[in-house]
Unconditional design. Structure first.
Length: 355
């Protein structure tokens, strides 16, 4: 009977462990709530993955030499696929080669070539791609690239071909930003800004990848929706008929008005301003919006596209959609835009916490 008031040592230890675990879980939950979760969404070819690369450059010490070397195979694959697409469409568009001999070489060599795991494309193929790029017929075909699929970074890569043929070549940061790699699954990137931790989720923009988005919707602080303004005359890879800007507008409509995301901040990045500035003078916006009656200038076209997106909003106060025009391959622009956007996110997040 004298032992009734004693404490079982194992029970005491268990209680101690339980108390420590509860403290840890509370602290871990508090830390988790302090993380700013950003969900990066958009249709294919919108420039989302380039934004992710820029976050690494701006907030995570950039790309090392080994990192850049890892993009070498993708760079040569982009070159090969880009030139194949152009050659494929020469006949379809009724365009002749300036040098007829190149047609035979292209059909024989270009389509048999592969990029090995080492990342080094055969020097003969690189030379052929360079010769093709200098051909006036090929250049004429490329001017119609909106009628078939070539990545937006192709012209940059083709214009730097000579550098890529030098022995021991390693891509630089600017090359990396122009390389197109399709996002599969979910890419998670962490970085810090103004003392806050940010977690950025990049989800594949192709239609086949979008079913995975729902897994990222829990406790998202903000949505960054990327749309390529320059896609008003380009079709989607998936069906070859839907214009990319129409696809982006429909997708933005679903995201912006989703009840799952109504409490998340919404940032709209109207991307690829550099391409749009060159394109507006040769390709009319009426291809996408027949009702457009404004002038074919960058300012008026971009303003009209901006309005088209805002008009799709039915759920949020208009002033709660933060719109920024961006050029994802320009680090200085992305840094400036992101810092303005991040300040808006942090301010809204603080308002939610104290309210």
């Amino acid at each position: 009977m004298g032992n009734c008031g004693s404490t079982d040592p194992e029970l005491t230890e268990a209680r101690r462990h339980n108390k420590a675990l509860n403290i840890f879980l509370r602290e871990d939950g508090a830390r988790e709530r302090k993380i700013i979760k950003l969900l990066l969404l958009g249709a294919g070819e919108s420039g989302k993955s380039t934004i992710v690369k820029q976050m690494k450059i701006i907030h995570s010490n950039g790309f090392t030499g080994d990192d850049c070397l890892g993009f070498k195979q993708a760079l040569f694959h982009n070159l090969l696929e880009g030139m194949r697409a152009i050659v494929d469409n020469m006949d379809m568009l009724g365009i002749d080669y300036e040098n007829p001999q190149l047609e035979e070489e292209a059909s024989k060599e270009l389509f048999a070539a592969t990029v090995p795991d080492t990342g080094d494309l055969d020097s003969r193929i690189l030379k052929l791609i360079e010769q093709l790029w200098l051909d006036r017929g090929v250049q004429k075909c490329f001017s119609h690239a909106h009628e078939f699929h070539v990545s937006d970074g192709a012209s940059y890569l083709f214009n730097n071909l000579r550098r890529y043929t030098t022995p021991g070549f390693i891509p630089n940061t600017k090359d990396v930003l122009h390389i197109r790699i399709r996002t599969l699954g979910i890419i998670d990137t962490e970085f810090s800004y103004e003392g806050s931790r940010f977690q950025l989720y990049d989800v594949g923009g192709q239609r086949s990848e979008r079913w995975k988005w729902i897994h990222c919707f829990d406790n998202v602080t903000a949505i960054i929706f990327c749309a390529a303004m320059s896609g008003y005359d380009c079709t989607c890879v998936e069906d070859g008929t839907t214009l990319r800007l129409h696809e982006s507008l429909d997708l933005f409509d679903r995201i912006c008005n989703s009840r799952y995301l109504q409490h998340s901040s919404m940032l709209l990045f109207l991307n690829k301003t550099d391409i749009l500035q060159n394109k507006v003078y040769t390709s009319p916006l009426t291809l996408c919006f027949p009702e457009y009656t404004g002038r074919q200038t960058y300012d008026e076209v971009s303003k009209y596209i901006h309005k088209k997106f805002i008009d799709r909003n039915r759920l949020r106060a208009t002033e709660r959609i933060y719109v920024h025009k961006t050029c994802a391959t320009d680090t200085s622009i992305v840094e400036r835009v992101f810092h303005v956007a991040a300040d808006s996110i942090l301010r809204e997040n603080l308002e939610r916490i104290v309210s």
